[in-house]
Structure formats: structure tokens, C-alpha cells
Design a protein around this ligand. Structure first.
Ligand code: CP
Ligand code: NVA
Length: 328
């Protein structure tokens, strides 16, 4: 398997074998780290991290992974680069491409990260766009594999806003890896029809079933993985909260959803999560709309079925695999 020099922009660009290779490489690097075995596979290389939106996991994962691989890191926050404001994407890409060995980008449209990659001529990694969050899916799949021992045939149900980065990327990832995917949401929150068609073609090869269901009981019955994400994503205006709460309240992951899925089901979430009132936004929205939690109840989040912190840790190991495979 040779991924050297490749970008990591979306899972649609990768074959099932390549995705499997990255997940296995992540597991191997995770084991090395746990055993204290050095793996400076990219020694002396330099990576630029461009963040136009905030982050805890993705930024820290890229930084720790790069350091473990023997690399140097430059972090550009939303206010400290010229990109987009005083310098075009193409010009920024050509400048950074002369100085760095790789670039990570988190921000808005997928077209921005695609343009960066076109002009930079060095590997560019998507750290989240409005449309896709591909490094998150690698971590999710490593976590599912660790828990269930396999990916193929697993039934994953995504509840909530399935037409944004997480719903889209999980649908693509599931189609690629033979995981059965159900989007459980009101119709207007189903993924884009064109992307569904593309995934249906992919699924023909892998045997993945793709379903779109408004009925929470029918969708979650017997599921292996119940997955959700926040109802209002970064970059969306605060005013959409009211409509989202109205539309998605019935799709909250709560005890009865988990019970319907069964005791062997796990709960997953890319995080951050509004499962209680301990965040400013969570508190404000819960108080404004008379709720204790938003997309998931605190009891489910804190339950033994919740594997969200294994999932968060795996962000680092899988991002490390992407860097090592494309640069090492
Ligand atoms: N899941 C995820 O991407 O988290 P951050 O926004 O903290 O990077
Ligand atoms: N849908 C969320 C994912 C955060 C990791 C967002 O874009 O804010």
C-alpha cells in the first residue's frame, strides 16, 4: 500500500483497502505508543495547521501525532493568517507549499481545502469542512473495530442533523467499509440526494445497506452503534437553534433509544457534546427551551454503553496514521 504524497480530503477519494490500511496502521501506532516504542517516522518534517474554526480534539491530535512522529508544527488560528482576507487560497497554498511538508485545514467549504491541495503540491489534510470530517470517521471506525472486532455488517444509526459534515462522512465511510448506515432524522435533515446516489453505487460493491428513516423506534431497533452530533454546527447562526430544537427533539439519544437498540449497543459522538448544562451554549439553550440536555441525555453520555472517550483518543492515533502514510 503506497499513499505517499496523497492528500486526505474526503473518504470518497480512497478505496476500502486504503481506508482499512489506515485504520490498521493507526492500531499499530497506538500499540507502539502504549508500549513506549518510538516511531519518529517523519523526523524533521514540518506541518502547518490552519484553523478557521475552533477545535480541541483535531488540533491536539495533529500536534501530538506530529510530535510523536518527530515533526515540527506551526499553528495558524482564525485571526493570525492572511488567508482569505488579504491573500487568496491559491497564493497561500503556494507560499506554504514552499515551506512545509504538509498542511492541515479546518474551515468552511470543501472547495477551500480542495483548492489548497491543488496549489500547495504537498499533502493537504481535511480537519473538518462544512461537508466532510474524514479524519473523524477513521477514529470512529478504529473504535468500532476495537469494540466489536469488525466493521463489516455492523449496523450504525446516525440520529439528528444528517445533512452536515458528520452525517455525510459517516454515510460515505459506511458505504466504503460495508457498514450498514441508517440516517434517522426528519426528511429535511437527510444527506444530499446526489451524495446518497454516489454512496449507493459504492455500497453495491461492499454490501452496505443505506437507509433513511423518520421513525426512531424502527430505525434504532437492534442497532449496534447509535451515533449523534450537535444540532447546530460551527459557523451556523445562533438563530437556527429554535428550529433545530423543534425539528430534532424527537431524535435525541435518550435511555429509551438505547434500550430499543439493546444492551450490546454502544453510544458514539464526535464531540463536543451538549449533554448537560456545564457549557455556556448548552446552559443558554437548555434554559431558553426548558431542557436538561440537547442531542443526548447526560445519562446516556455517562453510561457504560458510551464509548465517546475511546473515540476521542483514537482521533490522535488515526490522524498519526494519515500523516505517517502520506509523508513517512
Ligand atoms: N470531533 C472534533 O473534531 O472535535 P474538535 O472540534 O474539538 O476538533
Ligand atoms: N458538526 C459539527 C462537528 C464538530 C466536530 C460541527 O461542524 O461543528
Amino acid at each position: 500500500m503506497n499513499l505517499k504524497g496523497k492528500n486526505f480530503l474526503k473518504l470518497l477519494d480512497f478505496s476500502s483497502e486504503e481506508i482499512d490500511y489506515l485504520i490498521n496502521l493507526a492500531a499499530e501506532l497506538k500499540q507502539k505508543k502504549k508500549n513506549g516504542i518510538e516511531h519518529k517516522l517523519c523526523s524533521g518534517k514540518n506541518i502547518a495547521l490552519i484553523f478557521e474554526k475552533t477545535s480541541t480534539r483535531t488540533r491536539c491530535s495533529f500536534e501530538v501525532a506530529a510530535h510523536d512522529l518527530g515533526m515540527n508544527v506551526t499553528y495558524l488560528d482564525p485571526d493570525s493568517s492572511q488567508m482569505g482576507k488579504k491573500e487568496s487560497i491559491a497564493d497561500t497554498a503556494r507560499v506554504l507549499g514552499r515551506m512545509f511538508d504538509a498542511i492541515e485545514y479546518r474551515g468552511y467549504e470543501q472547495s477551500i481545502v480542495e483548492e489548497l491541495a491543488e496549489y500547495a503540491k504537498i499533502p493537504v489534510y481535511n480537519g473538518l469542512t462544512n461537508e466532510f470530517h474524514p479524519t473523524q470517521i477513521l477514529a470512529d471506525f478504529l473504535t468500532i473495530k476495537e469494540h466489536f472486532g469488525r466493521l463489516k455488517g455492523i449496523n450504525l444509526v446516525y440520529m439528528g442533523d444528517a445533512r452536515y459534515n458528520m452525517g455525510n462522512s459517516l454515510m460515505v465511510g459506511c458505504a466504503k467499509m460495508g457498514v450498514n448506515f441508517t440516517a434517522c432524522a426528519p426528511k429535511k435533515y437527510f444527506p444530499d440526494q446526489k451524495l446518497i446516489e454516489i454512496c449507493r453505487e459504492v455500497a453495491k460493491e461492499t454490501g452496505a445497506k443505506l437507509e433513511f428513516c423518520e421513525d426512531t423506534k424502527a430505525a434504532t431497533k437492534g442497532a449496534d452503534v447509535i451515533y449523534t452530533d450537535i444540532w447546530v454546527s460551527m459557523g451556523e447562526p445562533i438563530c437556527v437553534w429554535e428550529e433545530r430544537i423543534k425539528d430534532l427533539s424527537d431524535y435525541q439519544v435518550n435511555e429509551s433509544v438505547m434500550e430499543n437498540a439493546g444492551q450490546n449497543a454502544v453510544f458514539m459522538h464526535c464531540l463536543p457534546s451538549y449533554h448537560d448544562k456545564k457549557t455556556t451554549v448548552g446552559k443558554e439553550m437548555c434554559e431558553k427551551f426548558g431542557r436538561d440536555s440537547l442531542e443526548v441525555t447526560d445519562r446516556v453520555f455517562e453510561s457504560a454503553q458510551s464509548i465517546v472517550f475511546d473515540e476521542a483518543e483514537n482521533r490522535m492515533h488515526t490522524i498519526k496514521a494519515v500523516i505517517a502514510a502520506t509523508l513517512g
